[in-house]
Design a protein around this ligand. Structure first.
Ligand code: UDP
Ligand code: MG
Length: 309
């Protein structure tokens, strides 16, 4: 028998743990026929509700259920990493607890692995049921990333992904603290099959991602997979030097020909304000990268475990 590990990051998902389990096990016969065992690893990302208790209750019924509890909320990225590190499967699949990653796709995904792919990833082609503002910014983010990053980051990509042990090990070997899984999967490479499906709305409970959290996360993505903003800062500096040079020549020539004394501090104030704005902006970009570097060099653990069953 070979083993398929299902990794489920959970943050306050008490109402979803059981329905997810039921839904997943609808594939039980399919996998049994293929000679594949399933293990389900719920990674409790510091939930405040009864998520851990519900998982423990499930475990009493079914030995294939496992639980990993964090000491506090470390974020979904940390939960994914811990899940990959702690599962034994020959294949691994990442799935949300809220049934937005339909388990019914698993048999088809599995068949792609059998055809020689290393990984089967999913992307949603629609964003129905999502606030329009959120969709708009998400689209902009992916467009921007396409331009400024060499790593392929697919628009609408979900974290729902089935992969071989080999690919999971490659991801585990990337021990960076600022994790942006969508980029990491692109970076490690391997043959990936993309499957598309219509967006499914969350079954129960509420999304854990506020607009602000997503915004900060997108900055993580940019700094982790592109250094183009740093270059923009440098290029802006050069451009402004050139502009200043042209202005100097212009003013000298005007003075020599027309004897026109340079007047007007309003224009001067505008230029100063504009340039100091640009300077702050560039320092801000530098600061972002410096801050990320600071967090990396501290080499703090990505997560801390409170309980493992
Ligand atoms: N999640 C987590 N830690 C967090 C936030 C979310 O483990 O800090 C889990 C959450 O329980 C869910 C998955 O990540 O299983 C996706 O979260 P959510 O459904 O809230 O995000 P959305 O689908 O709205 O993008
Ligand atoms: Mg969700």
């Amino acid at each position: 028998m070979s083993l398929l590990s299902v990794i489920v990051p959970c943050f306050n998902e008490e109402e979803n743990v059981e329905p997810f389990y039921e839904e997943l096990l609808k594939n039980d016969t399919f996998f049994r026929e293929k000679g594949v065992d399933i293990e389900i690893l719920y990674v409790d990302d510091g939930s405040q509700d009864k998520t851990a208790e519900v998982v423990k209750k499930l475990r009493k019924k079914d030995e294939r259920v496992h639980l990993l509890s964090f000491s506090r909320n470390f974020g979904k990225e940390a939960a994914i990493y811990a899940g990959l590190e702690h599962s034994q499967g020959d294949w691994l699949v990442l799935m949300d607890a809220d049934l937005q990653d339909p388990p019914s796709l698993l048999p088809e995904m599995f068949s792609w692995l059998e055809q020689g792919y290393d990984s089967v990833a999913t992307r949603r082609v629609s964003r129905k049921g999502e606030p329009p503002i959120r969709s708009l910014f998400a689209r902009l983010f992916y467009k921007l990333m396409k331009k400024i990053s060499k790593t392929e980051i697919m628009d609408g990509a979900r974290d729902y992904r089935l992969m071989t042990r080999q690919m999971a090990d490659a991801v585990i070997s990337m021990q960076e603290y600022n994790r942006f899984t969508k980029g990491i999967f692109g970076w490690v490479g391997f043959r990936t099959k993309w499957m598309e499906y219509e967006n499914v709305e969350r079954a129960r409970g509420e999304t854990k991602w506020s607009f602000w959290k997503l915004f900060l996360y997108s900055l993580d993505g940019i700094t982790a997979f592109s250094t183009v903003p740093l270059m923009i800062a440098a290029v802006a500096g050069v451009l402004f030097c050139l502009l200043a040079f042209v202005m100097i020549i212009f003013i000298i020539v005007r003075k020599l020909i027309f004897g026109d004394p340079v007047s007007g501090w309003p224009s001067l104030v505008c230029i100063m304000l504009f340039l100091s704005g640009v300077q702050f902006f560039c320092t801000g970009i530098l600061g972002q990268y410096l801050a990320k570097t600071y967090m990396e060099v501290k080499r703090r653990p990505i997560y801390l475990i409170k309980e493992k069953i």
